[in-house]
Design a protein around this ligand. Structure first.
Ligand code: FES
Length: 148
């Protein structure tokens, strides 16, 4: 196992066991529900956006370790960012997990969430890792609900 794979395993286990920003926000300005029809798992996302910035974000739902860890890490990285920055990160994450497995990818701005680059080799897992990110994009663009 190489060091990126080891880090991936560690982060998935740790964020699955101790998810950050897990829960419901009472009066969100934005929210969305992401559904993975392959397995029936879902993630509900709640945000408070003020002055164009994500002031707070929480998620709740049923999902596998990868979807839960990805949601936890996504909330950490976008909290405090502007809506534009968060949508840009969504695009970068999406491009990373859907790129060809042999392609060199620039993961610089993605920080720790770059560990998910390995899911490219497992199409069903791409949906798990992307679920919360798609819900984020749906919430910030007023789509309310996202289903793959
Ligand atoms: Fe359902 Fe991963 S198996 S989101």
């Amino acid at each position: 196992m190489n060091s990126l794979e080891e880090l991936y395993q560690e982060l998935i286990l740790e964020h699955n066991q101790y998810p950050r920003n897990f829960g419901v926000l009472e009066s969100p300005t934005h929210k969305a529900r992401g559904l993975n029809p392959l397995c029936g798992d879902e993630i509900n996302l709640y945000l408070i956006v003020e002055d164009g910035k994500i002031k707070d974000i929480k998620f709740q739902g049923q999902g596998c370790a990868i979807s839960k860890a990805s949601a936890s890490m996504m909330t950490e990285i976008v909290k405090g960012k502007t809506v534009e920055e968060a949508l840009d990160l969504y695009k970068k994450f999406h491009d990373m997990v859907t790129a060809d497995f042999t392609e060199e990818i620039n993961t610089e701005q993605l920080g720790p969430v770059a560990v998910f680059s390995g899911v490219r080799a497992f199409p069903a897992r791409v949906k798990c890792a992307s679920l919360a990110w798609h819900a984020l994009e749906a919430a910030l663009t007023g789509k309310e609900e996202y289903s793959e």
